[in-house]
Ligand binder design. Structure first.
Ligand SMILES: [Zn+2]
Length: 126
């Protein structure tokens, strides 16, 4: 009896000491997935870039610019080089709110995109 009790206690001790929980936690499944796909996760994001890409298509259409991928990319690059980046760390929802809030940035971006369209339309690289 006494022996059995002792060994039982030992097993309990080992269970507490052995890092069984750590092993479970080390499996990369759950934590990673949560980080990448959780809705409330904060991401590093350049608001300027998002705005440029949003305004690109409509501006090119309005200005009768060639809308092939090459011109689109040239205009995006030109616009972004002429604008200050505006990085935020926020959730996707917060990012959308910030974009709607920042009218000033919107005007700056529109101006830069228009200038870029004028440049590329005058001298397309194809
Ligand atoms: Zn083109």
């Amino acid at each position: 009896m006494a022996r059995a009790k002792k060994s039982f206690d030992k097993e309990l001790m080992y269970e507490k000491i052995m890092p069984t929980n750590l092993n479970k936690g080390a499996e990369p499944e759950n934590p990673d997935e949560n980080n990448q796909e959780g809705k409330n996760d904060k991401i590093l994001y350049n608001l300027t870039e998002k705005l440029v890409l949003e305004k690109l298509e409509a501006t090119m259409k309005k200005m009768n610019c060639c809308r092939c991928d090459r011109c689109k990319e040239d205009i995006a690059a030109l616009s972004l080089n002429n604008l200050k980046p505006m990085y935020v760390v926020a959730s996707k929802e917060e990012i959308n709110n910030k974009i709607n809030e920042s009218e000033e940035l919107g005007v700056e971006v529109t101006t830069a995109v228009i200038k870029a369209v004028l440049t590329v339309r005058k001298n397309p690289r194809h």
